[in-house]
Design a protein around this ligand. Structure first.
Ligand code: HEC
Ligand code: HEC
Length: 373
């Protein structure tokens, strides 16, 4: 019996590729890819998004990225490949999990060093509209971002020069680079380009909310309708920051989690500019898929959407530069006393229910974005 069980276990394991040399002793598994590449180049936003004047203004880089099916395929393999890390243990997808809309389910993700990262891992989607990356928006352009985690000692810890040799030495990469770029040369520009192509394909616009836009929210529950009203009514002003079809803003704001963020350990943009008016200024993140991306905020301080709603309702901290939309008047100078919404129980539950309608169940299941390993 025991021997049989062991045999079964061995049979279930994937076979290493036949001509696999080992890199630092690791067994190499080939990715499972479709015979014909997935049609990444045919993907796009729906016309309503492309026609949206606000989104068109925000469109940071989408226009100048040329996506090919083979290029994005290579990007998908790179994104999910633990061989991009120094000890073959961590891929981009280890922290940016497809099932979580490419966010992580812990506040401090860990990479090769095991030291938890200080900031919450954000979801990755609709990146066309984000010219500036990271919670403090410190990097301009995805092309300048994607190699950073590979070299970061607490993320993937891989020397970028060694990475090129390692991938060139990995049996399945030369062909994938040739398919994508015309010859088998592996270099950092190509790694960057393929990752950017893949990431730019992750678009999210299919949620119950989007279906509601098309049918006047006929399928929304009472609670979701109430929550929608609370979100869009003029007193919470949620939609004045988390705005438009992407529920975000390209302008960073201070939403009153602390009255002194720098003293609490992370001043956000203030740490970069040294300007007190930027203390705690962070990216006004998209609320799309927020039902999948717990925990919340730049440091993952809130475990549930209910905690987020309770925060906005009752606990916004006074801050010398609190955004005026979070004050009673909703306008005027920053730094006014925070509003006290004091939402009732039905409104709180409704707001949470409404936020869940922004979940896109397609991108989390679509194999074209999933791990090929
Ligand atoms: C160990 C976990 C970890 C790994 C591995 C990792 N990331 Fe991240 N990623 C993060 C965290 C945390 C942030 C936010 C950091 C910040 O804002 O300072 C982030 C931010 C990003 C952003 C910016 C998103 C935004 O909305 O601003 C992109 C894009 C990104 N990562 C892509 C990648 C790619 C591509 C890889 C692989 C090459 C990768 N990440 C590997 C944890 C990780
Ligand atoms: C003044 C602009 C502003 C207003 C108004 C506002 N938010 Fe936010 N929101 C932000 C910013 C900025 C963050 C990120 C802050 C951080 O992490 O430090 C955020 C974060 C969030 C998050 C967490 C997202 C994540 O992925 O971690 C949720 C959920 C959220 N807001 C919901 C709401 C709701 C609901 C309302 C209305 C009650 C609202 N917001 C009003 C600016 C705003």
């Amino acid at each position: 019996m025991v021997a049989c069980g062991l045999l079964l276990l061995a049979a279930c394991r994937r076979e290493p590729t036949s001509d696999a040399p080992s890199w630092q002793g690791a067994v190499v598994f080939a990715p499972h890819l479709p015979a014909t590449p997935y049609p990444y180049s045919a993907l796009n936003f729906p016309q309503s998004w492309l026609d949206d004047p606000a989104l068109a203004l925000f469109s940071g880089f989408g226009g100048d990225i040329e996506v090919t099916d083979a290029g994005a395929t290579l990007g998908r393999v790179l994104f999910h490949d633990t061989r991009l890390s120094v000890d073959n243990s961590v891929s981009c997808g280890s922290c940016h999990r497809q099932s979580r809309a490419f966010a992580d389910d812990v506040a401090g993700s860990t990479g090769v060093s095991g030291i938890p990262l200080a900031r919450n891992t954000p979801g990755l989607f609709n990146l066309q509209y984000q010219r500036r990356l990271f919670w403090d928006m410190r990097v301009v352009g995805l092309e300048n971002q994607v190699l950073q985690p590979i070299g970061h000692p607490d993320e993937m810890g891989m020397d970028l020069g060694a990475l090129v040799d390692k991938l060139a030495d990995t049996p399945y990469y030369p062909q994938l680079f040739e398919d994508a770029f015309g010859d088998a040369e592996v270099n950092l520009d190509r790694i960057m380009d393929a990752l950017v192509q893949f990431l730019s394909c992750i678009r999210t616009y299919q949620s119950r909310y989007d279906a509601g836009l098309a049918n006047d929210f006929a399928d929304f529950t009472e609670s979701e309708l109430l929550g929608k009203d609370v979100f869009f009514n003029g007193s919470t002003r949620c939609n004045q920051c988390h705005s438009g079809l992407n529920f975000f803003s390209t302008q960073p704001t201070i939403n009153g989690l602390e009255n002194d963020y720098a003293a609490a350990g992370d001043g956000g943009i203030g740490d970069l500019t040294g300007n007190a008016a930027d203390d705690g200024r962070f990216k006004t993140v998209s609320l799309r898929n927020v039902g999948l991306t717990a925990p919340y905020m730049h440091d993952g301080r809130f475990a549930t959407l209910r905690e987020v709603v309770d925060f906005y309702s009752d606990n916004i901290e006074p801050h010398p530069h609190l955004d005026e939309r979070l004050s009673e008047a909703g306008m005027g100078p920053s730094g006014q006393a925070p509003y006290l919404l004091d939402l009732n129980e039905a409104e709180r539950e409704g707001l949470v229910a409404f936020l869940h309608t922004l979940t896109d169940t397609a991108i989390v299941a679509d194999p074209i974005f999933g791990s090929p390993f």
